[in-house]
Structure formats: structure tokens, C-alpha cells
Design a protein around this ligand. Structure first.
Ligand code: SF4
Length: 1019
């Protein structure tokens, strides 16, 4: 029945009321124009955290279904969480479009296998997949397990199968992944940190004692000056960048130093260009400028750094080489001189006048004397005037009441000198007195949502949870391992917190091996694999290429896209017997054997015998647990939906594999079965451990009643620990990751805390989530006050001494009852107690950062050290050295980076992101475009000596030619998000181009600088 509006009112006014009409099914059309039911009214709301970058924005999911037996909960809407202290309701384009990622048509739904030589997937059951994979793993392990090395030392390692661990999975999945892999003796383990921020961990730990972002997102608002260098926070961390804008609104200035005038530069007060790969020359120049212009916080430097420490008499540096270089061996063979001059008590000698010719300050001054403004301009291409402006601006913040901060990311980490680049800035911030200060610090902006957590959990070749080292070959007993990894204080009165290493390690072993870890068997020490070298991803791919590996497990990681020199990676994969891909969506890695034309170098499936299993995993929205943002906040998130098809959570998948392997070992025996059988897996549902159980295991609990030194009972057997201060080295406590102790206590789940109040106004929301360590928000915060407890700046007070203890708005990063004026210094993780300007023996390429050219350099020699072009400590395999390009054939500097609209190689499977940035492109300057006859929108081919990509050219004013060492240098900017799988237009993997070489300390690949050529092509 259709009624006009006039007829409707006529009827309504008659004997039939509107209600009666409705009841008769005669509701007029006009009713449709009335307010509809709020679409989310019946939806279930759950709280989550964005799965992409490490800003960790709060998200609210709205889902329907899931209650009736045969229905699944499905997310129908996502929005920002207005209560979240960092994001305050904001989401960037990626986060706002995350529903398209969750519902991507590229989601995997069923286990599948690709048989040798086949060109298609076959659907199989979970039972079949688990049974077949376990069989392959066991056969390989039994055949290739190394029980003893050539010296006869028990090493119990399995090298011929490796694993890559996801960067967005929860801590809880990560912890059981680590237990599973180590129980097998696997050592070729790596994660996303290797290709992103491993250099950060190495450099900041070597400088301050912990390898993490010193401050946190909201704290950026407290600064007076922000230098963005080696990163592009506005583009890569868009919501976190709001805190830089907050600082700017309060009067802070922002300077950007970058090869491109990027999105951060667009809102900055000043921009200076720089040649990619020359940052140490720039920052070394800043050190010299600060010293020459007396822009040093002298009291801070004298009291809180090792400037006064006397260096070993044999330490030297000449022509780019430190003492200990062996020319014949072409490596550093003796680093004993990279140390302090010690007194008879083993304490470092010091000279607080800083005049001793061998004190760190004088040695540092000498080291950087050559880094003059003129040399900076010559090496970096930054005009001298621009360099001086940046140096002078930093120098202003040496005043105790002025604070500057630094925001950086992969523009610094991804170089052969990445660790040392960050070190240089870490030194500058010590010279300026900006570490420990609200608004200060060295802010390493982590890339992935939980790569901080998965690094904390030790999912790297030579690491264990809580930044403990996996024992190496030569550490053939627990006693030796602990003796070599437990430092002694290098000055009287220092806290030297790593002195507690035995408590951390033995408590971790109790979570690994439970009742099987006993004092008599050294807590299962023998079962841990011992390493002979780092099996980082570059090393592992090289071993595969040489045919020395059998299997590879890729969990939420896409190495064909993520590892340098994709053609080498593909060649390596084709030599494997088996590969297991555990992922929520289709990746290039899982289909490396498919023919995708020139996008996958015309690969022929019939020539590849690798059997590939593809297991569908839950995405972040379909599980729950904790993830850690860049500021070290452990944030708990809830489950919003059920996974599609037959997908499962990672913990369940690995548990099923473990129990199948155990079944095989029990029935058949085999190589070293004890760790596989003894790894502790006492969960309520052993094949489906719950995040609650695992996270409590990470936190730790008492295995016996615990008493303090006065005999007072402080913790009953079975109770959760409240902090790492309760840990014991006698097997009476268990704690999977000591730095997480305190995250889930007898008072409940601290990571789920949601009080966003900020009583100090400094953004220290101690009641929101929980930060490691001990809920400290600003690391080294004792350094925000002088030795006598006076704040350097009354506007930036985190806590004070109240006569009995330190108390205020942050957890003191210090012994809480250590009185003012004592000898104890603020860098409690360093045995020196102070920040390191001289990193002693902590890094493989020297105690002072030094400028070396990138492995592929546009220059013929290093202008500062003509006899030493590249980092002498960088590792490069023969095959990769042969493929280095020359600057004659490849004259331009290629550099890769991220775009706001995409996340790595994930979002090309999401429609929203594919629409906003649909097509691959490269950026070149107007000068280079004119030189090569390239117009905006032309197709171009960008080649290196390893491969090529084809893309559209964006000709831009954002990149300019630079004058470097008498020649013109051009950059080619290459966004990295495209590939041949997804819903976006097909593109080329950007990693066809870079060299397979990494940072000398961490092997983080040199993605930011490699040599390319560019030419115009027809479409
Ligand atoms: S990608 Fe990063 S900035 Fe964007 S919504 Fe997610 S967490 Fe926030």
C-alpha cells in the first residue's frame, strides 16, 4: 500500500491510527525517513590495539554474531578509542581501514599443501598438515642435529631448519613460540627486528644499558626541540606524531634532516638535506661543534657519563681502524684495548677534571676533530650553513632547563653503520644532558605493533627473553655462562642491575623446563642450544642458497618481500626440502614457486621441488593478549571476532606440532629427545594454551614460600610475583621474561589498566596499561635530577626525594631508597653506572662511531679516511660481494621507505589501502628527470646489479641533487609496499634492488643506501 504524504496525514487523522496501520503491515513509506536504529546498538564492543605500527593506537571493535552455535562473530565496524592516552580516538588511514585487512579476500581459510613440482595448492586437513610437517621436521632434526661440536662440547643445536617469527603476534604467542623452537634446539631463529630496529637495541643498550625507546609517545609534547633525522614520523607514525605537533603548539621547534623533503619536513620549522648513509659524518660534526662552542651540560657530563673514565693505554685509532685490527685476517681479532684503565679493585680510573689525555672526553674530542663543518658539507652534501643551523639549535639545549629530543626510525637503523649512527646521537644527547629528562631522550620509533615485545622475548638467533644471551659454544657450563654474562660493578657504589643475571636466567629456565629443571642438572642448561655464530636472516638465506638447509618456518613474516636481494631469496627457497607458512593471509613467500611473469622472474613451478605447507592463522582481531608499543607499554587487547574458515591461533598450531613431535619421539626415539619431552607445557588445555596462563608464566610466580632478608614471608608458594626484585637464583621462583615481572600480579592484569588520568600533566599515565620495566615511563629518570636530588628543570619534575624514598609521577628508575648524594649513578643497568660516550667492548666496530661509506657508495673513497672506505667489521658473503655494483654503471643512490597509507607488504591485501595508494611509483628530482628525459607519470626501470623493478615516475621538488665531494649525487626514492600478491595492482618487490649486507653489529640490512640506475621505458 503506497500513500502520499497528504493521504498519510488524512488517514492518520481518521479512525485508523498510525499504530494500527503499522500493525496491519501498511506502514507508509514516509516512516523510512525517520531515524533508524543505531547500527551498532546490538553490536558487541571490544577494545583492541592497532595491528600495524608501534604507536599502538587504541581501537574499538563492534562485532555481530558469534553467540548461536553455528555463527561466527564478525567485526562490522572499527573506530578509534577516545580514552586512549596516545591516540585519543585518532586512527591513521591504515588503522581506519583495518576492517578491510581483517576481511581481506586474501585471508587464508584452510590448510593447504603445494607438492614438489606442482603448480597448485591442495586443500588438506589440519591432522594431515600437522602429521606431515612434524614428520619432515623430525626427519631433518634426527639427521642433522649437532649434539657436540668439533671440540667435543655439548651444543645441542639444530641448524638445518630455521624459523621466522611474526612481528604482530601477541607476547603470549611469542613466548610459546620461543619455548617450542628452543626445545627443538633451533638456532636459525629471527624476527622482524632484524630487518628493522635491531641496530637500535645494540646501540642504545651499548650507550645506556637498555636497547629501547627511552621515553614514550605522549612525552614528546614536553620537549623544547625535536630533531627528526633517520625517520619520517609524520608519515610512518602518523598518530604518534600528534605529540610532536602538541610540542610545537607549545613553542617547540621541529627540524628535519633527510634526503627527501618529506611529510615531517612539510610541517617542520627547518629542513636540511643530507646524502643517505652519511649521518655519522653529520653527527660527528655536531659533537665537534658542541665541544668547540662550549655547548655541553658539563655537570651532567662529569657526573652521569663516562667522560671522566681513563681509557686503556693500548687503545688507539688510525686511518679508520681501531686498535686490534688484524690486517691479515681482515678483522678485529683483539678488542682487549677497547676498555678502561682499571685499578687494583677492578674499578675504572677516572679524572673528573676531564683533562687527562686518555680520558674518554679527550679521546672523543680527538676522534671527531676531523669532522669540521667543511668536512661535513663535503661528505654529506648538507650545505655548511644548514649544518651549522642544526648544530647551533641542538647546542641551545645543553642548558639544564632546555630539552631536545630525537625521533628516528629505519633511516638510521638500515645501514652497515646503523648501530653506530644511533650511538652518535645517543652520545650527543648525553653531552646535552637530555637523557632521563621528560621531553628528552632518544626516541627509537619502532615499526611493527609488537616487534618491541617479540624482541623483549628474545626471538632472535642468539637471544633469550629479557635480553639474556643464549649461551655460546665456549660457555660449556652454567657456571662459565653466568660468570661471563654477569657483570661486576666498574665503580664503587653502583647498582649494576645486570649483576642479578643468575636470578633472571634460572627463573626463566624454570618456566622453560618446569620440574625437569633442577639444581642437579644446572636447571637444564645443557638442553639449551649453544651458538657458534649468528644465524640472522642474511646468514640463513645464504646457507639455504648453498643447499645447507632443509626447512623453514615463516610465521607471519614474508621474507621474499622483506629480505634484501629477493632474487637470491627465491633461489634459496627453491633449494629447501620443505617450507611451512603460518599466516593470516596470502604472501609472496608462500607462492614463491608460482609464475607471476617478470614480477617473479618467470619462475617455473615444475623446476621447484620444495613442498610448501600453508596454515591459516588468526589475525590480531581474532585473538587476545598483550602487545608492546614503541614506548614499552604492554597493552592488553580483547578478542573481537572469530577467525575465518578453519584458521587457528599460533599458540594452538605450535602446540599441535609439539605434541605430534613428542608422540614421534616417544614412539621412535631420535636425536636428543629430552628437551622436546621436558619443555614445560602444563597448560589447562595443552594444545590450546590460554593467553592468561602464558602471560602469568611470563610474569612469574613463587615456587616456594619466599622470605625477605629479615625472615618475613613476602610471597606464598604459587602466588604471582609483584616485581623482578622478588626473583631468586635458587629455583624458588619462575619468570619467563624478567622485565615483564609486575605485568600480571596478585592484584590482577596490570596491562589491562585503563585509568588515563595524568596528574603531573607530563603525560605519564601510570594507570594506563603497564610499561616495562616496573611501569617506568621515562627510562633513566634519576638523571632528570642532579646528584643531590635537585631537578635540572622545575617544570619537568617526575619525582623527588621525600627524606625516605624517591616518589612522584613516575616509577623511579633507581634504587627507591638510595639517598641523595650517594655514589650511585642513574644508568643502573651499566656496571659503570653512567651513560657511555665510549662504548668500550660492547660493539664489534669500535667504541666511537666512525664514518664509513655504505657498502655501495656513489663515492670512490671515504673522504675522511681515504684508506678505509667501508666498515671494516661489516660482514659480506662472497656471492654478495661479487654482485656489488659500481658507481659507473649504477650512479644513483637508491633508498627505500614507507608510505602513510600502506603497512609493509600487508595492506596490499586490503581494499581501503589499495584504493588510497594503488600503484607502485618511484620518486626522482626534477634535475635527474631532466637529465634522463623522464616526465612525471612515465614508466621507468630502476636497476641495481642484482635485479630491477618497473614503476611510474613521480618527478618531485621533494628530492634535490646534492653536491658531495665534488660531484653531483642524485637519490631515487623507492616506496616498498608492492608485490605480486594482494588486491592492489601488481608491482615489483622493492627488495630486488638492495645488497644482502647488514649493519656490522646486528646484520640489519642496508636498505637505505644502494646503487641504482634509472631509465625511461615504454609501458
Ligand atoms: S598504523 Fe600506527 S598510527 Fe596508524 S592507526 Fe595503527 S597504530 Fe595508529
Amino acid at each position: 500500500m503506497r500513500l502520499s504524504r497528504r493521504q498519510f496525514f488524512k488517514v492518520s487523522a481518521g479512525t485508523l491510527g498510525g499504530t494500527g496501520l503499522a500493525a496491519l503491515g501498511m506502514t507508509p513509506n514516509i516512516a523510512k525517513a525517520e531515524v533508524r536504529t543505531y547500527k551498532l546498538l546490538r553490536a558487541k564492543e571490544t577494545r583492541s590495539v592497532c595491528t600495524y605500527c608501534s604507536v599502538g593506537c587504541g581501537m574499538l571493535f563492534y562485532s555481530m554474531g558469534g553467540k548461536p552455535k553455528n555463527s561466527k562473530a564478525e567485526i562490522i565496524h572499527v573506530e578509534g578509542d577516545p580514552d586512549h592516552p596516545v591516540s585519543r580516538g585518532s586512527l591513521c588511514p591504515k588503522g581506519a581501514g583495518v576492517k578491510d585487512y581483517i576481511h581481506s579476500p586474501k585471508r587464508l581459510k584452510y590448510p593447504e599443501v603445494r607438492r614438489p613440482g606442482s603448480d597448485k595448492w591442495e586443500r588438506i586437513s589440519w591432522d594431515e598438515a600437522i602429521r606431515d610437517i612434524a614428520r619432515l621436521m623430525k626427519d631433518d632434526r634426527d639427521a642433522n642435529f649437532i649434539e657436540k661440536n668439533e671440540q667435543g662440547t655439548t651444543v645441542n643445536r639444530w641448524v638445518s631448519t630455521g624459523a621466522l617469527v611474526t612481528s604482530a603476534g601477541t607476547n603470549e604467542n611469542g613466548f610459546v613460540t620461543g619455548k617450542f623452537l628452543r626445545s627443538l634446539g633451533m638456532i636459525a631463529i629471527d624476527n622482524q627486528a632484524r630487518v628493522c630496529h635491531d641496530s637500535t637495541v645494540a646501540s642504545l643498550a651499548a650507550s645506556y644499558g637498555r636497547g629501547a625507546m627511552t621515553n614514550h609517545w605522549c612525552d614528546i609534547k614536553n620537549t623544547d626541540f625535536i630533531l627528526i633525522m633517520g625517520g619520517n614520523a609524520a608519515e610512518a607514525h602518523p598518530v604518534g606524531f600528534k605529540w610532536a605537533i602538541e610540542a610545537k603548539k607549545k613553542g617547540a621547534e621541529i627540524y628535519v634532516v633527510d634526503p627527501r623533503f618529506n611529510r615531517s619536513a612539510a610541517v617542520a620549522d627547518y629542513y636540511a638535506p643530507i646524502r643517505s648513509g652519511s649521518d655519522i659524518a653529520f653527527l660527528g660534526g655536531v659533537i665537534t661543534w658542541l665541544i668547540e662552542n662550549d655547548k655541553i651540560n658539563w655537570e651532567y657530563v662529569r657526573e652521569y657519563t663516562n667522560a671522566a673514565f681513563i681509557v686503556h693505554p693500548d687503545f688507539d685509532f688510525e686511518e679508520g681502524y681501531f686498535s686490534g685490527w688484524d690486517d691479515k685476517a681482515q678483522k678485529y681479532t683483539d678488542m682487549s684495548s677497547w676498555s678502561y684503565d682499571l685499578d687494583e679493585n677492578g674499578h675504572a680510573k677516572i679524572d673528573k677534571t676531564l683533562q687527562h689525555p686518555r680520558c674518554v672526553f679527550q679521546m672523543m674530542k680527538k676522534h671527531y676533530a676531523q669532522y669540521t663543518p667543511e668536512m661535513v658539507e663535503r661528505v654529506t652534501g648538507t650545505p655548511k650553513k644548514a649544518f651549522l643551523k642544526v648544530a647551533a639549535k641542538l647546542g641551545e639545549h645543553s642548558k639544564p632547563d632546555k630539552v631536545s629530543t630525537i625521533l628516528y626510525a629505519l633511516g638510521w637503523t638500515q645501514h652497515t653503520t646503523g648501530t653506530q649512527t644511533i650511538r652518535t646521537m645517543a652520545m650527543i644527547q648525553l653531552l646535552l644532558g637530555n637523557i632521563g629528562m621528560p621531553g628528552g631522550g632518544v626516541n627509537a620509533l619502532r615499526g611493527h605493533s609488537n616487534i618491541q615485545g617479540l624482541t623483549d622475548l628474545g626471538l632472535l638467533s642468539t637471544q633469550l627473553p629479557g635480553y639474556l644471551n643464549l649461551p655460546k659454544d665456549s660457555q660449556d657450563s652454567l657456571e662459565k655462562y653466568l660468570a661471563e654474562t654477569t657483570p661486576k660493578a666498574l665503580r664503587p657504589g653502583e647498582l649494576n642491575y645486570w649483576g642479578n643475571t643468575p636470578k633472571f636466567f634460572i627463573s626463566m629456565m624454570k618456566t622453560f623446563y618446569g620440574k625437569h629443571a633442577t639444581k642437579e642438572n644446572d636447571w637444564g642448561f645443557e638442553w639449551l642450544p649453544k651458538w657458534d655464530k649468528s644465524y640472522d636472516i642474511i646468514q640463513t638465506i645464504e646457507l639455504m642458497r648453498q643447499g645447507k638447509m632443509t626447512g623453514y618456518i615463516c610465521q607471519g613474516f614474508n621474507p621474499l618481500a622483506a629480505v634484501p636481494d629477493s632474487n637470491k631469496t627465491r633461489e634459496a627457497f627453491a633449494k629447501l626440502k620443505y617450507m611451512v607458512v603460518i599466516d593470516p593471509q596470502e604472501t609472496e613467500t608462500s607462492v614463491f614457486w608460482q609464475d607471476h611473469g617478470e614480477h617473479n622472474v618467470h619462475t617455473k613451478p615444475e623446476n621447484i621441488d620444495t613442498v610448501v605447507y600453508r596454515l591459516p592463522a588468526h589475525a590480531f582481531a581474532e585473538g587476545y593478549g598483550s602487545i608492546v608499543n614503541s614506548g614499552r607499554w604492554l597493552q592488553w587487547h580483547e578478542k573481537g571476532a572469530d577467525g575465518p574458515g578453519e584458521s587457528k591461533g599460533d599458540a594452538e598450531i605450535l602446540s599441535l606440532l609439539l605434541f605430534e613431535l613428542r608422540r614421534l619421539y616417544k614412539e621412535e626415539g631420535g636425536a636428543c629427545p629430552e628437551p622436546v619431552l621436558n619443555i614445560s607445557w602444563d597448560y589447562d588445555q595443552p594444545t590450546k594454551p590460554s593467553p592468561e596462563e602464558i602471560t602469568k608464566e611470563q610474569n612469574g610466580y613463587a615456587l616456594e614460600d619466599l622470605y625477605d632478608a629479615n625472615g618475613k614471608l613476602i610471597r606464598k608458594k604459587g602466588e604471582l610475583l609483584s616485581s623482578f626484585a622478588e626473583l631468586r637464583a635458587d629455583g624458588s621462583t619462575a619468570s619467563g621474561c624478567w622485565i615483564y615481572a609486575g605485568s600480571w600480579t596478585e592484584e590482577g592484569n596490570q596491562m589491562a589498566n585503563r585509568d588515563n588520568s595524568d596528574p603531573s600533566g607530563l603525560g605519564n599515565t601510570l594507570g594506563w596499561a603497564w610499561a616495562w620495566p616496573a611501569n617506568r615511563r621515562v627510562l633513566y629518570n634519576r638523571a632528570s635530577l642532579d646528584r643531590y636530588g635537585n631537578p635540572w628543570d622545575d617544570k619537568r619534575v617526575l619525582y623527588r626525594w621525600n627524606g625516605k624514598k624517591w616518589t612522584g609521577f613516575d616509577t623511579p628508575d633507581f634504587k627507591v631508597d638510595e639517598p641523595v648524594g650517594s655514589e650511585m649513578s642513574p644508568f643502573i643497568m651499566n656496571p659503570e653506572g653512567v651513560g657511555r660516550l665510549f662504548s668500550a667492548d660492547k660493539l664489534v666496530d669500535g667504541p666511537f662511531p666512525t664514518h664509513y661509506e655504505p657498502m655501495e657508495s656513489p663515492l670512490d673513497e671515504n673522504p675522511i679516511y681515504p684508506k678505509t672506505k667501508n666498515s671494516p667489521a661489516a660482514r659480506i658473503f662472497d656471492r654478495d660481494r661479487e654482485l656489488l655494483g659500481s658507481n659507473k654503471d649504477f650512479p644513483y643512490v637508491g633508498t627505500t621507505y614507507r608510505l602513510t597509507e600502506h603497512f609493509q607488504f600487508w595492506t596490499k591485501g586490503a581494499y581501503a589501502a589499495a584504493i588510497t595508494q594503488p600503484e607502485q611509483f618511484v620518486e626522482i628530482s626534477e634535475e635527474l628527470a631532466a637529465e634522463k628525459g623522464i616526465a612525471k607519470g612515465d614508466w621507468v626501470k630502476v636497476s641495481s646489479n642484482r635485479g630491477y623493478i618497473k614503476a611510474k615516475a613521480v618527478v618531485t621538488k621533494r628530492i634535490k641533487a646534492l653536491q658531495v665531494d665534488g660531484r653531483t649525487i642524485h637519490h631515487v626514492g623507492i616506496p616498498l609496499h608492492w608485490g605480486f600478491v594482494g588486491v592492489a595492482r601488481k608491482g615489483f618487490l622493492a627488495n630486488h634492488l638492495p645488497v644482502a649486507v647488514g649493519d656490522a653489529n646486528t646484520q640489519t640490512p642496508e636498505y637505505k643506501t644502494f646503487l641504482v640506475n634509472i631509465e625511461k621505458i615504454s609501458a
